[in-house]
Structures are given as C-alpha cells and as structure tokens.
Design a protein around this ligand. Sequence first.
Ligand SMILES: Cc1ncc(C[n+]2csc(CCOP(=O)(O)OP(=O)(O)O)c2C)c(N)n1
Ligand SMILES: [Mg+2]
Length: 819
Amino acid sequence: MHSTIDNLGFFNGKASNAYFCHMENRFEENSAAAEKLSFDRFRQEVLHDYRLVCLSREVSILGRKEVLTGKAKFGIFGDGKEVAQIAMAKFFQPGDFRSGYYRDQTFMFASGLCTVEQFFAQLYADPDLEHEPFSGGRQMNAHFANRWVDKEGNWLDLVNQKNISSDIAPTAGQMPRGLGLAFASKCFRSVKELQQFSNLSNNGDEVCFCTIGDASTSEGHFWETMNAAGVLQVPLAMFVWDDGYGISVPKKFQTTKASISDALKGFQKEEGTNGFNIYKVKGWDYAGMCEAFEEGVRLARETHTPALFHVEEITQPQGHSTSGSHERYKNADRLDWERTWDGMVKMREWIIANALATEDELETVELETKNEVREGKRKAWEQYLDPIKKQVAKAVDLIKDAANKFSKEGDALTKVANELSALREPLRRDVMKALFTAAQITGKNEAGFWVTDYYNDLKKEARQLYNSLLFNESDKSAVKVPSVAVQYEPEAPTVNGYEILNHYFDQLFAANPKVFAFGEDLGYIGDVNQGFSGLQAKYGADRIFDTGIRELTIMGPGIGLAMRGLRPIAEIQYLDYLLYGLQPLSDDVSTLHYRTKGQQSCPLIVRTRGHRLEGIWHSGSPLGVVINALRGMYVCVPRNMVQAVGMYNTLLRSNDPGIVIECLNGYRLKEKLPQNLLDYTVPLGVPEIVKSGDDITIVSYGSTLRIVLDAAQQLEKQNVHCEVVDVQTLLPFDTGHKILESLKKTNRIVFVDEDVPGGATAYMFAKVMEEQGGYKWLDVAPRTITAKAHRPPYGSDGDYFSKPNAEEIEEVILQMMAE
Ligand SMILES: Cc1ncc(C[n+]2csc(CCOP(=O)(O)OP(=O)(O)O)c2C)c(N)n1
Ligand SMILES: [Mg+2]
C-alpha cells in the first residue's frame, strides 16, 4: 500500500506525503481489507476535494459573467487559489477563527460556511440576511462572516462553531484583527478565571487562520503584526497567497528579494528564541501543502507558536477582478506559465497519474459541478429578484388604480406604471422613483393616498435593510444603559484625578475577570499617569501589561479580545498618536456591527488622553478627525476623572465600542472620591449644565471647560450670566436636545473647543442649529471659538496664543452681549 502513498510525492519530487501517511496510519490493522478501506477513503477525500476545486472554479467563471452582463456591479474571485485553500480548510476546526480577505471563497466552501447560492446572493447585493448571511447585502462579494452574537447580544457557542470574522477591503486590514483573535487564545489559556466561559474558549486551543495576498504584505500592518506575533507567541496561522501580483504591480516592486519568506528569515523561531515557523510551499502541490499546514497549525495550536505559510506559484486565471483584464500587464510567457501551473490542472494530472480516478470519472465531476453552480446561481437570482418583483407589481397596481381615478393626470400616471413594469431587472430604487413620481402627480389628492402610503412603507423597510444596526439596537446598546447617579460618603476624601481612576480600575479588575488593559507603559509602571499604578502586581501581567510601541497592533488585540467576548481596555498613550491606530478603528471596529448586520460585535474600549498639554505633539485635540472617522463608535470626552469612570461603566455594560479621552492636564487636579465607583454610569448623549445662567449658552467639553468656566467667572463680575454646558459625549450628541432648552432661555450661543476651525465646533454648531432647530431662538449670530489652524508651539505662551484662552472667550461673549 505504501508504494501508492509514496507516489503522492509526485509533485515536489520528495515524499511530501506525511499528511496522507498520517491519515493511513489511523487504520492500525494491517490486513488487506483495512488497507483497501483506507485507500478507498483516501481516494474519496481526494475526489471530494477535486469536486470542490471544480465547483469553486465554476463559481468564479460564472460570477465574472454575471458582472460583465450587468447583473452584478463588481466581482472578485478566488480562482487559482482553490487547491491551497482546500488544504488549509482541512485543519480549520470548530472553535478556530479566520481573519482573511476577498480571495477565500474556496476555503469558505470547503469549511461548509458558504453555499453557491449564498455566494451569488452576495454578488447580487441581496439585502436579505437569510439569503446573504455574511452581510445582508452590505458588502461586496467574497467578504465573508458568520454569526457570533445572538439578537439579544449574547455570545454564541464559539467553541463549537467555525468562526469567520467579517472581512474588510483595505489591504492588510485583516492583520491587526487576526493578531487579536489569536492573542485572545493566549489570554484564555493564561487566565484561569476565564475557564468558566466555556463557550468562548477551550483552554486557548483555538488557532486564528489569517490570509493575505503577496502584495499586501508590503503594508506596515503586515510587518507590525508579524513582529508582534513573534514577540507575543500567539496561535496565528498566516497564509500568504503569492500570485506574484498586486493588481498589476509585480512582487519585485513589493517585497525585498521578491520573496516574503526570504525577507522574513530572521523571524524564524529557533531553539530558545521566540519568532515563528516559516514554511515555503507551492500552491499547486496538494500533498505538500497538507503536510506543511498540518505541522504548522498543530504547533500553533499546541504551543502557540505562530506559523507563516508562504504559498508560492499561485495563479490568477481570470485576473484580479472584474474591473480589468490581466492581459494588460502579464506577458505571454507569464500567461502561458499560469495555464500550465494552474492548481486545478495540476491536481487533475496528479489524480490521473496516481490512478485515483479515471478521465471519465473526472469529467463527470466537472460536468456535475458546472450544473450545480448554474442551478445555485439561478436560485440566488430568483430569490433576490422575487421581493422586488412583488414590490413592482404592487406599485404598478396602486399607480394604475390612482390613474383610473384621474382624468387629466391619468395618462401620466399610466406611463409611470408602464415604465416600471417594463423593467427586466428592476431595483428597489426604481420602485421608489416610480412611487415618488406618481405621488408628485397625484399631489395631496385622496386618490393618491395609497401610492404615498406604500412609498412610506417601503422607505421604512429600506431603512431596516440599508441603514440599521450601526450600533447595537438591543438592550446591549450603550445608549440604553440606565443612568445611575454618583454617590459620595459625607466625609469623602479629595484625591488626585489619577487616584480616582486607580481606585476604580482596582475594583474593576477584582470584579470582572473578562477585563484586560494594555498599552505602552501601562503594565509595569501603571501607565504614564499612574491610573494603573500597582495593579499589575495585584492582578498579574496576563491581564494588565505593557506592549511594544505599535498603536495599530494595540488596537488589533483590542479588537480580537472584544470580538471573542472579553472586555479589553486598549490604550493609546496620547491622543496625538491615535492616528497610528486609527485605521482599524475606522475601517474595522466602527463598521463591524453595521457590516455584519448585527451578527458580530466589538465592545472595545479605547482609552487615551488628550487636549491641552505642551507643544505640537502632546496637545492634540483632533476631535473633528475622531468623530468623522469613528462613526460606529461612541466618543466620550469627560471633563474630569469622575465622569470618565461613569463613562467606562456605561460602555462596559453594553456591547458597543467607545473611546474615552481623558484630560491630559486633569490627573493631578483634585476630585472627591465617589463611593459607588463600580456602579454609577454617565448616560451617553446627555449634556450636563455645569454652570447656570440666562444670558448666553456656552457649549464645550473636556479640558476646555475649565478655561470656559474661568471666563464665565470673570463675566459674572460684569453682570453677564453664562450657562455652561458640558456635552460629555460627541457621539452621540445631545440626544434629548438639552442645549436647545438652554438656548431658548438665553437666545445666544457659542461653541468652544481646542480643535481646528471647522472641526468639532462646526459639528456641534450644525447639530444644534440644523437638527435641534436652534436658529429659531437666536437673538445674535452664533459663534465658534476654536484653536488656530496650526498646532500649538511648545511652552505656556505657545499654548495661550494657539488654543482658546479665557480672555478671548470673554471678549467674544462681551461682543455678543453688545450686539
Ligand atoms: C489600503 C488599500 N490600498 C489599495 C487597495 C486597492 N487594492 C485592492 S486589492 C489590491 C492588490 C492586492 O494584491 P495582493 O495582496 O497580492 O492580493 P491578490 O489580489 O493578488 O490576491 C489593491 C492595491 C485596497 N483595497 N486597500
Ligand atoms: Mg497577489
């Protein structure tokens, strides 16, 4: 029997058959019958795999056609990567995670997590989650996911399902998340108190399978992640699909030595070092890949040693995507080479050469899968179109009914109805346009009532389909957390701001084993402002720890832990450096709940400190950047540490992600120590009046409030009574329109912050004027007072002349009072 198995080394000329030998050895009896049985099983597995290769290839071919004939808008496919992904899927077990990219369709088919119909449903942008279970029509095709959280916001039994974290298109954007998902296994293994959460991990045995294209390894994200993985020792199995190109740009322009595994050689784990295992395999070498993947994944699972599989010589039979043709940048030799070394072709040759199937048998498989794909595609299209056709039919009926009731406008209405019903492939928007046009024609006339009514119904339905679930809408929504007031003992001590946080984190870590905190200088010294001082010694370096200087891959572990049901507080040392970690927050965290239509949540808390300190690099307050980049996260701007604690409590009671920006100059200011540190909450979107007055409303937040209050005290002496409002959170912003109530009383308003002109003050201005209708209550022109457009020079005078100061605020307000 082993002579047959030895032949599996066919492709690379050596006996690269350990995986299959291993399969064989599972049958211990040496009898001829057992040998025959095991050979049959092996043969069946190979044929099953070949069937999947054919199926996936056909999906790519028909998928491309659907786009080119206009039934879908864009397509990107996994042709050329089939064999490698089938090999990879063999080692993907229940409990494991995938953080990948748009080439992984075959892996999804092989893992049983995507059907042909579902694939095409996504290609057509079918918004029904039942048909398109990855994103409910929100993502482009081949952006996969599955459900991790139920509708009430409870984590599912992740240990007994295969877990696909939702893909994003930014190249290498999957890397920080992939690191984090793997890192969570390490946390689960090292923190014994977490063993009780048996649905979330089985002793950290879960491997995160991460995939990336060769060109995307040029991104800093890749390098930062691989370095962190090598340092941290996490079960990350990294697969690089090397097809030699990033769209049109060949790898000689992408990678040193044009080989990612060569370039990474120094990262190879050796006896007594950290690092990771590096494997070089060929994308057409089915047996060789199985062997390498088996070993690398096993070591990752058992020892948490990361693995990098450089899968070379992969092809791209149809080019990058439907947006172009690869004949434009690949020469005839390359195209020829790709045809010869196509994994599907090679696997077929190998099956025949090893007498695992006959030519006829393979042709049958090929024909059957072609039919299967055609049938799946047809069903997906029907399912997608059916509800739209029903809408069209109903709209046409209603418009025609209305037409019958009019004499003059009847023809115009009939025309609208006929045009709509003539569309062969109508979209929802065609229905909306027809109904709207018809409603315009009927005007307020009673005969048009049902047209307008249906238009409004569809608009409501579309809001659910296309605009819902940016945040949690269940009881796990952060804006639904009940407000609990802060309490003080009669003799409450007054302490430094940082000590409030320190007491709080101490109690938090004692109470909740799911909470982790990490960042630069956060572990051993307890962060640069001592919020965590002494706590690593108390709660262990597994839960409170230092990281390298790598904001991107501080956010990544934050994301991974949060998605796996833990409660990370991931720190960016200064708000000025948030930009380094912003991409995953903006592209991944902020969109996750929306892009999975509520199937995955990332209750990450980002802790940072900002606003006023000194100089160009430690005084940032770029809240305009933050609120515009992070729609999908809550943005908390506490004025002091007592408020900050209430915000942490609110976020921790929810499944929504948030960022808390502590005041950099507030750690040594004195505050009274609350008595119910773990219990009180600051409701999000509810401003607080920190000083009342009836002459003018000043709206601000964070450190600037102290300057505003200084100015307000001075103005009192001149008989100007300012009402000072702390917005507390920018996202959400004053959901109860408290500011409008103040404005109704004062009829004057000014918005003050330390951001650039047109930044967060412009946002607050628009909210109050447009959304709250504040313009109706103005006696004088409203103003914004901001920092200058440049960053502040170093030193107190640099600060004074660049950020709003009390005198400037006084001056503006006196002017407004005089108008
Ligand atoms: C940050 C970012 N830059 C550019 C793009 C556009 N883009 C999409 S795919 C791609 C090439 C990726 O090539 P590679 O990583 O080799 O993957 P392949 O498509 O070849 O599998 C580019 C440049 C993007 N999606 N994200
Ligand atoms: Mg490539």
